[in-house]
Design a protein around this ligand. Structure first.
Ligand SMILES: Cc1ncc(COP(=O)(O)O)c(C=O)c1O
Length: 405
Protein backbone atom coordinates (compact mmCIF):
# COMPACT_ATOMS: atom_id res chain seq x y z
CA UNK A 1 0.00 0.00 0.00
CA UNK A 2 1.35 3.44 -0.90
CA UNK A 3 1.90 5.76 2.06
CA UNK A 4 -0.29 8.37 0.31
CA UNK A 5 -3.21 5.94 0.22
CA UNK A 6 -2.67 5.08 3.85
CA UNK A 7 -2.88 8.72 4.83
CA UNK A 8 -6.11 9.11 2.91
CA UNK A 9 -7.62 6.18 4.77
CA UNK A 10 -6.54 7.56 8.10
CA UNK A 11 -8.22 10.90 7.52
CA UNK A 12 -11.56 9.14 6.98
CA UNK A 13 -14.08 8.78 9.77
CA UNK A 14 -13.24 6.08 12.25
CA UNK A 15 -15.79 3.25 12.33
CA UNK A 16 -16.17 2.14 15.92
CA UNK A 17 -17.67 -1.34 15.68
CA UNK A 18 -16.41 -2.22 19.13
CA UNK A 19 -19.08 -2.69 21.80
CA UNK A 20 -18.73 0.80 23.28
CA UNK A 21 -17.99 3.61 23.22
CA UNK A 22 -20.06 3.67 20.05
CA UNK A 23 -20.66 6.07 17.19
CA UNK A 24 -22.60 9.19 18.26
CA UNK A 25 -25.43 10.18 15.88
CA UNK A 26 -25.04 13.58 14.18
CA UNK A 27 -28.22 15.11 15.73
CA UNK A 28 -26.85 14.22 19.17
CA UNK A 29 -23.46 15.78 18.40
CA UNK A 30 -25.23 18.93 17.24
CA UNK A 31 -27.46 19.05 20.32
CA UNK A 32 -24.38 18.92 22.54
CA UNK A 33 -22.52 21.64 20.70
CA UNK A 34 -23.49 24.42 23.09
CA UNK A 35 -22.25 26.63 25.85
CA UNK A 36 -22.52 25.88 29.55
CA UNK A 37 -25.65 27.00 31.33
CA UNK A 38 -26.39 27.78 34.94
CA UNK A 39 -27.86 24.54 36.26
CA UNK A 40 -29.78 26.52 38.88
CA UNK A 41 -31.64 28.48 36.21
CA UNK A 42 -35.24 27.34 35.52
CA UNK A 43 -34.30 25.80 32.13
CA UNK A 44 -32.07 22.99 33.37
CA UNK A 45 -34.49 21.61 36.01
CA UNK A 46 -37.27 21.74 33.39
CA UNK A 47 -35.10 19.72 30.99
CA UNK A 48 -34.05 17.32 33.76
CA UNK A 49 -37.69 16.67 34.67
CA UNK A 50 -38.47 15.47 31.13
CA UNK A 51 -35.30 13.34 31.07
CA UNK A 52 -36.14 11.60 34.34
CA UNK A 53 -39.63 10.82 33.06
CA UNK A 54 -38.51 9.64 29.62
CA UNK A 55 -35.50 7.63 30.71
CA UNK A 56 -37.86 5.33 32.64
CA UNK A 57 -39.21 4.15 29.28
CA UNK A 58 -35.91 2.57 28.27
CA UNK A 59 -35.88 0.62 31.55
CA UNK A 60 -39.56 -0.31 31.02
CA UNK A 61 -40.50 0.90 34.44
CA UNK A 62 -43.23 3.12 35.77
CA UNK A 63 -42.45 2.62 39.45
CA UNK A 64 -38.64 3.03 39.32
CA UNK A 65 -36.73 6.16 40.33
CA UNK A 66 -33.90 7.10 37.95
CA UNK A 67 -30.66 8.85 38.85
CA UNK A 68 -28.51 10.53 36.20
CA UNK A 69 -25.06 10.42 37.74
CA UNK A 70 -21.87 12.04 36.41
CA UNK A 71 -19.93 8.77 36.24
CA UNK A 72 -19.36 5.68 34.09
CA UNK A 73 -20.75 2.14 34.31
CA UNK A 74 -18.28 1.36 37.10
CA UNK A 75 -19.61 4.22 39.23
CA UNK A 76 -23.15 3.09 38.48
CA UNK A 77 -22.23 -0.35 39.90
CA UNK A 78 -20.94 1.32 43.07
CA UNK A 79 -24.09 3.41 43.36
CA UNK A 80 -26.27 0.28 43.10
CA UNK A 81 -24.29 -1.63 45.72
CA UNK A 82 -23.57 1.03 48.34
CA UNK A 83 -27.09 2.42 48.42
CA UNK A 84 -28.77 -0.92 49.00
CA UNK A 85 -26.36 -3.10 51.00
CA UNK A 86 -24.27 -3.11 54.18
CA UNK A 87 -20.70 -4.37 54.60
CA UNK A 88 -20.67 -8.14 55.25
CA UNK A 89 -23.95 -8.73 53.43
CA UNK A 90 -23.98 -12.00 51.48
CA UNK A 91 -24.53 -11.53 47.78
CA UNK A 92 -24.57 -14.02 44.93
CA UNK A 93 -22.66 -12.89 41.89
CA UNK A 94 -22.07 -14.71 38.59
CA UNK A 95 -18.60 -14.74 37.06
CA UNK A 96 -18.90 -15.33 33.32
CA UNK A 97 -16.45 -12.84 31.75
CA UNK A 98 -14.31 -9.77 32.28
CA UNK A 99 -17.06 -7.32 33.24
CA UNK A 100 -18.73 -9.60 35.75
CA UNK A 101 -15.22 -10.25 37.11
CA UNK A 102 -14.60 -6.52 37.56
CA UNK A 103 -17.95 -6.05 39.27
CA UNK A 104 -17.17 -8.93 41.63
CA UNK A 105 -13.80 -7.33 42.40
CA UNK A 106 -15.62 -4.10 43.30
CA UNK A 107 -18.09 -6.02 45.47
CA UNK A 108 -15.22 -7.67 47.35
CA UNK A 109 -13.36 -4.40 47.80
CA UNK A 110 -16.53 -2.86 49.23
CA UNK A 111 -16.45 -5.66 51.83
CA UNK A 112 -19.50 -7.61 50.85
CA UNK A 113 -19.49 -11.36 51.39
CA UNK A 114 -19.53 -12.44 47.77
CA UNK A 115 -20.68 -15.94 46.91
CA UNK A 116 -19.22 -16.29 43.42
CA UNK A 117 -20.89 -18.67 40.94
CA UNK A 118 -18.41 -19.22 38.13
CA UNK A 119 -19.03 -20.54 34.62
CA UNK A 120 -16.74 -21.11 31.65
CA UNK A 121 -16.27 -17.92 29.65
CA UNK A 122 -18.76 -18.31 26.81
CA UNK A 123 -21.48 -19.71 29.06
CA UNK A 124 -24.27 -17.86 30.83
CA UNK A 125 -24.89 -17.60 34.57
CA UNK A 126 -25.41 -21.01 36.16
CA UNK A 127 -29.01 -20.68 37.31
CA UNK A 128 -29.20 -24.30 38.55
CA UNK A 129 -26.70 -23.34 41.23
CA UNK A 130 -28.72 -20.22 42.00
CA UNK A 131 -31.79 -22.44 42.49
CA UNK A 132 -29.85 -24.69 44.90
CA UNK A 133 -28.58 -21.72 46.88
CA UNK A 134 -32.01 -20.13 47.13
CA UNK A 135 -33.60 -23.47 48.10
CA UNK A 136 -31.21 -23.93 51.02
CA UNK A 137 -31.36 -20.35 52.25
CA UNK A 138 -34.35 -20.58 54.57
CA UNK A 139 -33.03 -17.87 56.86
CA UNK A 140 -32.57 -15.45 53.95
CA UNK A 141 -28.87 -14.78 54.43
CA UNK A 142 -28.65 -13.84 50.73
CA UNK A 143 -29.31 -10.13 50.52
CA UNK A 144 -28.81 -9.58 46.79
CA UNK A 145 -28.29 -11.31 43.46
CA UNK A 146 -25.89 -9.39 41.20
CA UNK A 147 -25.97 -10.27 37.53
CA UNK A 148 -24.65 -8.77 34.32
CA UNK A 149 -27.48 -8.97 31.79
CA UNK A 150 -25.15 -8.92 28.80
CA UNK A 151 -21.50 -9.90 29.36
CA UNK A 152 -19.77 -7.66 26.84
CA UNK A 153 -16.50 -9.62 26.96
CA UNK A 154 -17.97 -12.88 25.67
CA UNK A 155 -21.25 -11.85 24.02
CA UNK A 156 -23.43 -13.74 26.47
CA UNK A 157 -26.93 -12.62 27.45
CA UNK A 158 -28.33 -13.98 30.70
CA UNK A 159 -31.97 -14.90 31.18
CA UNK A 160 -33.32 -12.45 33.75
CA UNK A 161 -36.89 -13.72 33.55
CA UNK A 162 -35.64 -17.06 34.91
CA UNK A 163 -33.74 -15.35 37.73
CA UNK A 164 -36.94 -13.56 38.76
CA UNK A 165 -38.94 -16.79 38.49
CA UNK A 166 -36.50 -18.57 40.81
CA UNK A 167 -36.66 -15.76 43.37
CA UNK A 168 -40.45 -15.93 43.24
CA UNK A 169 -40.59 -19.74 43.32
CA UNK A 170 -38.50 -19.79 46.49
CA UNK A 171 -40.26 -16.71 47.86
CA UNK A 172 -36.85 -15.21 48.41
CA UNK A 173 -36.67 -11.49 49.26
CA UNK A 174 -33.12 -10.89 47.92
CA UNK A 175 -32.68 -7.73 45.90
CA UNK A 176 -32.01 -8.20 42.19
CA UNK A 177 -29.24 -5.86 40.99
CA UNK A 178 -28.64 -5.87 37.23
CA UNK A 179 -25.83 -4.47 35.11
CA UNK A 180 -27.54 -3.51 31.86
CA UNK A 181 -24.56 -1.58 30.49
CA UNK A 182 -24.53 -3.32 27.11
CA UNK A 183 -28.19 -4.32 27.09
CA UNK A 184 -30.54 -1.55 28.21
CA UNK A 185 -32.01 0.30 25.22
CA UNK A 186 -30.76 -2.38 22.80
CA UNK A 187 -31.96 -5.74 24.15
CA UNK A 188 -35.36 -6.55 25.59
CA UNK A 189 -35.10 -5.33 29.18
CA UNK A 190 -38.12 -5.22 31.49
CA UNK A 191 -37.37 -3.71 34.86
CA UNK A 192 -40.89 -3.84 36.32
CA UNK A 193 -41.94 -7.17 34.81
CA UNK A 194 -38.75 -8.92 35.96
CA UNK A 195 -38.82 -7.29 39.39
CA UNK A 196 -35.35 -5.79 38.95
CA UNK A 197 -34.49 -3.70 42.01
CA UNK A 198 -31.59 -1.73 40.61
CA UNK A 199 -30.82 -1.53 36.90
CA UNK A 200 -27.99 0.50 35.48
CA UNK A 201 -26.33 1.54 32.26
CA UNK A 202 -23.70 3.93 30.91
CA UNK A 203 -24.20 6.70 28.37
CA UNK A 204 -21.55 5.51 25.85
CA UNK A 205 -23.30 2.22 25.06
CA UNK A 206 -26.77 1.75 23.55
CA UNK A 207 -27.74 5.36 24.17
CA UNK A 208 -24.86 6.33 21.85
CA UNK A 209 -23.73 9.36 23.85
CA UNK A 210 -20.27 10.33 25.03
CA UNK A 211 -19.01 8.56 28.12
CA UNK A 212 -19.73 10.34 31.40
CA UNK A 213 -23.26 9.60 32.56
CA UNK A 214 -24.25 6.57 34.61
CA UNK A 215 -27.99 5.94 34.62
CA UNK A 216 -29.24 4.02 37.62
CA UNK A 217 -32.87 3.14 38.24
CA UNK A 218 -34.10 2.00 41.66
CA UNK A 219 -37.30 0.11 42.45
CA UNK A 220 -39.43 1.15 45.46
CA UNK A 221 -37.96 -1.88 47.31
CA UNK A 222 -34.41 -0.67 46.57
CA UNK A 223 -35.26 2.83 47.78
CA UNK A 224 -36.63 1.30 50.96
CA UNK A 225 -33.42 -0.75 51.38
CA UNK A 226 -31.36 2.42 50.98
CA UNK A 227 -32.88 3.78 54.20
CA UNK A 228 -31.15 1.10 56.28
CA UNK A 229 -28.12 0.18 54.12
CA UNK A 230 -24.94 0.97 56.04
CA UNK A 231 -22.33 1.10 53.29
CA UNK A 232 -20.38 4.34 53.30
CA UNK A 233 -21.42 6.47 50.35
CA UNK A 234 -20.95 10.13 49.63
CA UNK A 235 -20.85 11.05 45.96
CA UNK A 236 -23.24 8.23 45.07
CA UNK A 237 -25.77 8.76 47.87
CA UNK A 238 -29.28 8.58 46.37
CA UNK A 239 -30.58 10.61 49.31
CA UNK A 240 -28.77 13.72 48.13
CA UNK A 241 -30.53 13.40 44.80
CA UNK A 242 -33.91 12.70 46.37
CA UNK A 243 -33.68 15.87 48.48
CA UNK A 244 -33.15 17.95 45.34
CA UNK A 245 -35.87 16.05 43.45
CA UNK A 246 -38.30 17.14 46.16
CA UNK A 247 -37.23 20.76 45.82
CA UNK A 248 -37.63 20.55 42.03
CA UNK A 249 -34.06 21.72 41.38
CA UNK A 250 -32.82 18.13 40.77
CA UNK A 251 -29.03 18.54 41.07
CA UNK A 252 -27.00 18.06 44.26
CA UNK A 253 -23.88 18.92 42.24
CA UNK A 254 -23.00 20.24 38.80
CA UNK A 255 -24.29 18.16 35.88
CA UNK A 256 -22.75 18.19 32.40
CA UNK A 257 -25.14 20.49 30.54
CA UNK A 258 -23.95 19.18 27.18
CA UNK A 259 -24.69 15.57 28.18
CA UNK A 260 -28.17 16.51 29.34
CA UNK A 261 -29.00 18.04 25.96
CA UNK A 262 -27.32 15.05 24.32
CA UNK A 263 -29.49 12.67 26.31
CA UNK A 264 -32.60 14.62 25.25
CA UNK A 265 -31.61 14.24 21.59
CA UNK A 266 -30.64 10.57 22.03
CA UNK A 267 -33.98 9.72 23.65
CA UNK A 268 -35.86 11.64 20.94
CA UNK A 269 -34.10 9.56 18.27
CA UNK A 270 -34.87 6.32 20.09
CA UNK A 271 -38.53 7.20 20.52
CA UNK A 272 -38.75 8.33 16.89
CA UNK A 273 -37.44 4.94 15.75
CA UNK A 274 -39.53 3.26 18.46
CA UNK A 275 -37.92 1.34 21.32
CA UNK A 276 -39.28 -1.97 20.05
CA UNK A 277 -37.89 -1.22 16.57
CA UNK A 278 -34.52 -0.41 18.16
CA UNK A 279 -34.61 -3.81 19.88
CA UNK A 280 -35.61 -5.52 16.62
CA UNK A 281 -32.79 -3.76 14.76
CA UNK A 282 -30.30 -5.15 17.28
CA UNK A 283 -31.79 -8.59 16.88
CA UNK A 284 -31.35 -8.38 13.08
CA UNK A 285 -27.77 -7.15 13.39
CA UNK A 286 -26.95 -9.90 15.89
CA UNK A 287 -28.40 -12.62 13.66
CA UNK A 288 -26.66 -11.24 10.55
CA UNK A 289 -23.30 -11.16 12.36
CA UNK A 290 -23.67 -14.73 13.57
CA UNK A 291 -24.51 -15.87 10.03
CA UNK A 292 -21.33 -14.19 8.78
CA UNK A 293 -19.23 -15.88 11.49
CA UNK A 294 -20.68 -19.23 10.47
CA UNK A 295 -19.96 -18.55 6.79
CA UNK A 296 -16.34 -17.75 7.69
CA UNK A 297 -16.10 -21.18 9.32
CA UNK A 298 -15.38 -19.60 12.71
CA UNK A 299 -16.99 -20.28 16.08
CA UNK A 300 -18.93 -17.95 18.33
CA UNK A 301 -17.45 -17.72 21.84
CA UNK A 302 -21.01 -18.01 23.15
CA UNK A 303 -21.57 -21.70 23.67
CA UNK A 304 -25.34 -22.02 23.34
CA UNK A 305 -27.95 -20.28 21.25
CA UNK A 306 -30.01 -19.34 24.31
CA UNK A 307 -27.18 -16.99 25.38
CA UNK A 308 -26.48 -15.34 22.00
CA UNK A 309 -26.08 -11.61 22.37
CA UNK A 310 -27.63 -9.21 19.92
CA UNK A 311 -25.29 -6.38 20.90
CA UNK A 312 -21.87 -8.03 20.73
CA UNK A 313 -20.43 -11.10 19.03
CA UNK A 314 -17.15 -12.54 20.30
CA UNK A 315 -15.56 -14.47 17.44
CA UNK A 316 -13.10 -17.27 18.21
CA UNK A 317 -10.07 -17.60 15.96
CA UNK A 318 -8.00 -20.73 15.23
CA UNK A 319 -4.95 -21.33 17.42
CA UNK A 320 -2.47 -20.17 14.80
CA UNK A 321 -4.04 -16.69 14.65
CA UNK A 322 -3.63 -13.99 17.33
CA UNK A 323 -6.98 -12.19 17.59
CA UNK A 324 -5.25 -9.03 18.90
CA UNK A 325 -3.45 -8.81 15.57
CA UNK A 326 -6.84 -8.80 13.80
CA UNK A 327 -7.97 -5.87 15.93
CA UNK A 328 -4.67 -4.02 15.36
CA UNK A 329 -4.73 -4.49 11.60
CA UNK A 330 -8.41 -3.56 11.27
CA UNK A 331 -7.62 -0.23 12.89
CA UNK A 332 -4.36 0.40 11.05
CA UNK A 333 -5.55 -0.56 7.57
CA UNK A 334 -9.25 0.26 7.52
CA UNK A 335 -9.85 2.64 10.43
CA UNK A 336 -12.18 0.01 11.83
CA UNK A 337 -12.33 -0.39 15.62
CA UNK A 338 -13.16 -3.91 16.79
CA UNK A 339 -13.13 -5.13 20.39
CA UNK A 340 -10.13 -7.00 21.79
CA UNK A 341 -10.38 -10.32 23.59
CA UNK A 342 -10.07 -9.58 27.30
CA UNK A 343 -8.27 -11.47 30.05
CA UNK A 344 -8.91 -15.25 29.72
CA UNK A 345 -9.92 -14.89 26.08
CA UNK A 346 -7.18 -12.39 25.11
CA UNK A 347 -5.65 -13.41 21.77
CA UNK A 348 -8.40 -15.98 21.28
CA UNK A 349 -11.39 -13.81 20.37
CA UNK A 350 -12.11 -10.49 18.75
CA UNK A 351 -15.40 -8.73 19.24
CA UNK A 352 -17.80 -7.11 16.82
CA UNK A 353 -20.05 -4.57 18.51
CA UNK A 354 -23.46 -4.16 16.92
CA UNK A 355 -24.63 -1.87 19.64
CA UNK A 356 -26.37 1.49 19.60
CA UNK A 357 -26.07 3.75 16.59
CA UNK A 358 -25.31 1.10 13.94
CA UNK A 359 -27.34 0.19 10.90
CA UNK A 360 -27.41 -2.68 8.45
CA UNK A 361 -25.06 -1.15 5.90
CA UNK A 362 -22.50 -0.10 8.50
CA UNK A 363 -22.50 -3.66 9.79
CA UNK A 364 -21.96 -5.05 6.28
CA UNK A 365 -19.04 -2.66 5.82
CA UNK A 366 -17.57 -3.87 9.08
CA UNK A 367 -18.01 -7.53 8.12
CA UNK A 368 -16.27 -6.83 4.83
CA UNK A 369 -13.37 -5.20 6.71
CA UNK A 370 -13.15 -8.20 9.03
CA UNK A 371 -12.96 -10.57 6.05
CA UNK A 372 -10.09 -8.64 4.52
CA UNK A 373 -8.21 -8.61 7.80
CA UNK A 374 -8.83 -12.32 8.36
CA UNK A 375 -7.21 -12.97 4.97
CA UNK A 376 -4.43 -10.57 5.88
CA UNK A 377 -3.52 -12.56 9.01
CA UNK A 378 -3.50 -15.82 7.10
CA UNK A 379 -6.95 -17.25 7.74
CA UNK A 380 -8.25 -18.66 4.43
CA UNK A 381 -11.64 -16.94 4.36
CA UNK A 382 -13.49 -16.58 1.06
CA UNK A 383 -13.87 -12.82 0.59
CA UNK A 384 -17.54 -11.89 0.52
CA UNK A 385 -18.74 -15.11 2.16
CA UNK A 386 -19.80 -13.58 5.47
CA UNK A 387 -21.08 -10.41 3.85
CA UNK A 388 -23.22 -12.50 1.46
CA UNK A 389 -24.72 -14.56 4.28
CA UNK A 390 -25.49 -11.47 6.34
CA UNK A 391 -26.82 -9.48 3.38
CA UNK A 392 -29.13 -12.29 2.26
CA UNK A 393 -30.63 -12.38 5.74
CA UNK A 394 -30.87 -8.58 6.05
CA UNK A 395 -32.47 -8.27 2.61
CA UNK A 396 -35.31 -10.54 3.67
CA UNK A 397 -35.72 -9.23 7.18
CA UNK A 398 -35.15 -5.48 7.18
CA UNK A 399 -38.47 -3.61 7.24
CA UNK A 400 -39.06 -0.17 5.77
CA UNK A 401 -37.68 2.71 7.82
CA UNK A 402 -40.60 3.51 10.20
CA UNK A 403 -40.73 7.23 9.38
CA UNK A 404 -40.88 6.50 5.63
CA UNK A 405 -43.71 3.99 5.53
C1 LIG B 1 -21.30 -5.00 30.91
C2 LIG B 1 -20.40 -3.90 31.36
N1 LIG B 1 -20.48 -3.48 32.63
C3 LIG B 1 -19.71 -2.48 33.08
C4 LIG B 1 -18.79 -1.84 32.27
C5 LIG B 1 -17.94 -0.76 32.82
O1 LIG B 1 -18.37 0.46 32.32
P1 LIG B 1 -17.41 1.74 32.30
O2 LIG B 1 -16.22 1.39 31.48
O3 LIG B 1 -18.30 2.78 31.67
O4 LIG B 1 -17.07 2.07 33.70
C6 LIG B 1 -18.70 -2.22 30.93
C7 LIG B 1 -17.76 -1.56 30.02
O5 LIG B 1 -17.60 -1.90 28.87
C8 LIG B 1 -19.52 -3.29 30.47
O6 LIG B 1 -19.47 -3.70 29.18
Amino acid sequence: MKEKDGLRLRTGEESPLCPGPVNIPEPVIRAMNRNNEDYRSPAVPALTKTLLEDVKKIFKTTSGTPFLIPTTGTGAWESALTNTLSPGDRIISFLIGQFSLLWIDQQQRLNFNVDVVESDWGQGANLDILAEKLASDNSHTIKAICIVHNETATGVTNNLATVRKLLDDYRHPALLLVDGVSSICALDFRMDEWGVDVALTGSQKALSLPTGMGIVCASPKALEASKTAKSVRVFFDWNDYLKFYKMGTYWPYTPSIQLLYGLRAALDLIFEEGLENVIRRHSRLGTATRLAVEAWGLKNCTQKEEWYSDTVTAVMVPGYVDSSEIVRRAWKRFNLSLGLGLNKVAGKVFRIGHLGNVNELQLLGCLSGVEMVLRDVGYPVKLGSGVAAAAAYLLNNTPLIPSRI
